[in-house]
Design a protein around this ligand. Structure first.
Ligand SMILES: Nc1ncnc2c1ncn2[C@@H]1O[C@H](COP(=O)(O)OP(=O)(O)OP(=O)(O)O)[C@@H](O)[C@H]1O
Length: 258
């Protein structure tokens, strides 16, 4: 297996005749954290759902660890962890029960599961409430349970859709540290986010999606050089590339007229 763990070739998704993802070519290597950025409706969630195999592409191919997701779905999916933007969780289970359920679904051997569950509960600071029903958990606590459950089978490909929404600063920092450690151990991490500061600090490379097309990709530093915007923040580059800077100028002009 080469070290490209996520690869898409000319990926297209249409709803009716409208392409919402259009000719996407992506590669994410082992050890890399790739930030997937783009305005609302750009096609990020649609792309991530195709990468997980939950949504069929209209055209193109997806390789996870070298396995084409539609031709070898079991092999590809065994490598993946997916944290959706609106996770479903079983409210009538406790966090500990939920994590054991997910371990069983991924066929993690029982002894190993026991260690992993306790380790993850401790890492996410959930140990002392692990036997309470999830229905009584706050949004951020539920998010942490979902993140813990995604890591239980030691995935090589980690797909996260807006994972920091609802997390407090300490938990967002913890997530960043965990993802960096997993990448260091060889995982490929693909994360969509609107928080450009996180992308800038966490991601080795970012891709900017607009209207279903990748309009730029590279390290934040490379994007600065390409756009001739040395010294500017990723946020300024993002707004420039996605055209939202015009909005900022419009708003500024409104203020001047007041
Ligand atoms: N089931 C569907 N049927 C029709 N159109 C859809 C469907 N799902 C998504 N779309 C459209 O596809 C486009 C991309 O949506 P998607 O959810 O992938 O965007 P996104 O980049 O994740 O946006 P956000 O940042 O707002 O979450 C949008 O125009 C959306 O309306």
């Amino acid at each position: 297996m080469n070290n490209i763990l996520i690869k898409t070739k000319q990926l297209v998704k249409r709803y009716g005749s409208v392409p919402v993802v259009n000719g996407l070519n992506l590669e994410v290597k082992s050890g890399e954290i790739f930030g997937f950025l783009g305005p609302n409706g750009a096609g990020k969630t649609t792309t991530i759902k195709m990468l997980t195999g939950l949504l069929d592409p209209s055209e193109g191919e997806i390789f996870i660890g070298g396995y084409e997701i539609r031709k070898q779905p079991a092999q590809a999916k065994a490598l993946i962890a997916y944290v959706p933007d609106q996770p479903k969780i079983y409210n009538k289970l406790s966090a500990r029960e939920f994590l054991f359920l997910i371990s069983a679904l991924y066929r993690v051997p029982k002894d190993m599961a026991k260690d992993r569950v306790e380790q993850l509960l401790a890492i996410f600071d959930l140990s002392n409430r692990a036997d309470e029903l999830l229905e009584g958990y706050s949004h951020g606590m539920r998010q942490k349970v979902v993140l813990a459950s995604a890591l239980i089978h030691q995935p090589r490909v980690i797909l996260l859709d807006e994972p920091t929404v609802g997390l407090d600063p300490a938990s967002a920092r913890l997530l960043k540290d965990i993802l960096q450690e997993l990448a260091r151990q060889g995982a490929a991490v693909f994360v969509s986010t609107h928080i450009l500061e996180i992308a800038e600090r966490m991601c080795h490379r970012v891709g900017i999606l607009k209207n279903g097309r990748l309009i730029a990709q590279g390290s934040p530093e490379e994007l600065r050089q390409e756009t001739g915007r040395g010294g500017e923040s990723l946020e300024d580059i993002f707004l420039e590339l996605t055209g939202d800077k015009e909005n900022a100028e419009l708003i500024a002009s409104l203020k001047e007229e007041q």
